[in-house]
Design a protein around this ligand. Structure first.
Ligand code: FAD
Length: 517
């Protein structure tokens, strides 16, 4: 986006999560006077880290994909990503460990990847190639016609371009059903669908378009690791924001968006202060923004009833561990599946109970980055998908029991004597995500991206009911995941510039979609 130095104004951003920072950086670059109020003592939200006892442990995101979005983001603000973040490409992408003892390490090298598939199930090589042959057009349609496009009105959605895009997405069945058309082996089906959990939904419910994620990981941009952990991204965004004169106020909770006669005028802080601005952007989780910051007449269709009826993604039970020994056999990203994929997913998403056999994702960045732990020690970040707060789990009482189940499974899976070597520990439940970051129902990943909570049907960036008010973040269009919320901030910036400066809005934010950027 070209820098526009015409008329500028003051913008207040509520929250310094990835989406809030993205918007703030882009607007500051355009010459706006931007202030962020963040309730926590650090910026980044879910994209921040626990920094204690010599450990730096990412809280949420750990997998960086679509690296071209990050490069493009920095190019847009006349900078190079490399000057702010040191990215390392991972190969293999991760290690998938199955209950029967097999493990698969998907590679970004096609020959190695096909060899790995052949080793597991020779008859599925052809099916995998057929999956690959049809996925790129679907990826490009998703990217250009949905993710990088703003949907303010039904007209933006119901037009020839979008309808053709929807046809290209072919998204009426589920991820699992779609992959099953190509792949017979259950382990490979799991390897190509478990990515639905990144979005906090079950692969049996996720629209089939999300089978593009495995393609992005193995076939397109790969998976990258920022030195220092994923939190290095939010630190870089804060640095750029401050270089551009932006003001970040930490430990400042916004309690209300001040609205007068249908116009957002500013925000009220927990300490009672009122700050005025020409534009307010809320990065607080959308349903929480509606419930807590906006008074009833201005919520439009998002009444309390509507908010409660929306489907939220699952929660995450997190064990952030530091150990006084290294587990050399670990890869950076490791997943431990369960005896029954379907049963575990149904327990989380349908029965809303803690699964009998928990599926675990373990991130161990120390393998390639000694800076995140004291010498000879290791970061072991454990993510266990669990129901969000819309369940009857009593987290206070249950955490000690679930912790034992998780540690038992990890010790059985090769992290010998893990309990004895824990040197640092912190546990987050959906209650922690709710209390710290204000995520609705403590969900980890925002509103679930079901078909009817996607595209035009997802909350819009621009408020329909209040002028000068915008929403960004995982629960808003285009959805969750760090690269996607960065794009959300870019779409919001374009919209604000069009509305306030009269610059012609390009509803599409387009980035070069080159393989292996
Ligand atoms: C466990 C976990 C693992 C994940 N793994 C990945 C991954 O590997 N890769 C990936 O791309 N994505 C991943 N995600 C998703 C990713 O974290 C999110 O999509 C993204 O970080 C959301 O950013 P956001 O700006 O929308 O929200 P947030 O990060 O929640 O930011 C909102 C900010 O607003 C602040 N705030 C809230 N209310 C107020 C208020 N009233 N006043 C002031 N400030 C307020 C919060 O403190 C927070 O800083 C993961 C998420 C979780 C939970």
């Amino acid at each position: 986006m070209k820098r526009n130095s015409s008329k500028k104004g003051k913008v207040i951003v509520v929250g310094a999560g990835a989406a809030g920072l993205s918007t703030a950086v882009q607007l500051a670059h355009q010459g706006w006077d931007v202030t962020i109020f963040e309730k926590e003592h650090t910026a980044g939200g879910r994209l921040s880290a626990i920094e204690a006892s010599g450990y730096t442990i990412d809280i949420g995101p750990t997998i960086l994909m679509m690296n071209d979005v990050f490069h493009q983001f920095f190019r847009e603000i006349d900078r190079n990503l490399e000057d702010y973040v040191d990215l390392v490409r991972l190969n293999p992408c991760y290690r998938l460990n199955f209950a029967d003892g097999t493990s698969i390490a998907p590679s970004t090298d096609l020959k190695e990847h096909l060899d790995e598939i052949r080793r597991i199930s020779p008859e599925d090589v052809d099916g995998y190639l057929k999956y690959l042959a049809q996925i790129n057009p679907r990826y490009l349609a998703a990217r250009h016609k949905f993710i990088e496009k703003n949907f303010n009105s039904l007209g933006d959605f119901l037009n020839v371009d979008t309808l053709v895009g929807m046809w290209q997405l072919k998204t009426l069945n589920s991820m699992y059903a779609d992959i099953s058309r190509y792949i017979k082996d259950e382990r490979l089906r799991i390897a190509l669908t478990f990515q639905a959990i990144y979005l906090g939904i079950s692969p049996y419910d996720a629209p089939s378009i999300y089978t593009i994620i495995a393609y992005v990981e193995h076939g397109l941009t790969g998976i990258w690791y920022p030195k220092g952990g994923m939190n290095a991204i939010s630190k870089a965004l804060v640095r750029v924001f401050e270089e551009q004169g932006g003001q970040l106020h930490l430990n400042q909770e916004v309690t209300q968006i001040v609205i007068e006669k249908g116009e957002a005028k500013g925000v009220k802080l927990a300490n009672g202060e009122i700050h005025y601005a020409d534009v307010v952007v809320s990065n607080m989780d959308f349903p929480m923004t509606m419930e807590k910051l906006i008074v009833e007449p201005y919520r439009g269709k998002y009444s309390a009833q509507k908010i409660q009826s929306m489907t939220n993604s699952c929660g995450a039970l997190m064990l952030y561990l530091g150990t006084n020994r290294r587990y050399e056999q670990m890869d950076v990203h490791n997943i431990y599946f369960t005896k029954s994929y379907k049963e575990t997913l149904d327990q989380i998403f349908k029965e809303k109970v803690f699964p009998d056999d928990p599926a675990l994702y373990v991130y161990s960045p120390t393998k390639i980055d000694p800076t995140v732990a004291p010498e000879g020690k290791e970061v072991i970040y454990v993510l266990c998908p669990v129901p969000n707060l819309d369940s009857s789990i009593n987290w206070q009482e249950s955490v000690p029991i679930y912790r034992e189940k998780i540690l038992d499974k990890l010790e059985r899976s090769g992290l010998t004597d893990l309990r004895k070597h824990i040197d640092f520990e912190r546990i987050y439940t959906p209650e922690t995500f709710n209390a710290r970051f204000n995520t609705y129902q403590g969900s980890g990943f925002g509103l679930a991206p079901t078909l009817f909570q996607s595209g035009y049907f997802r909350p819009h960036i621009k408020s329909k009911d209040v002028s000068n008010l915008y929403f960004v973040g995982a629960s808003v269009h285009p959805g969750g995941g760090v690269p996607v919320v960065l794009v959300c901030g870019q779409l919001a910036t374009r919209q604000i510039m069009a509305d306030k400066q009269g610059s012609s809005v390009e509803q599409t934010y387009s980035v070069a979609t080159t393989a292996k950027a």
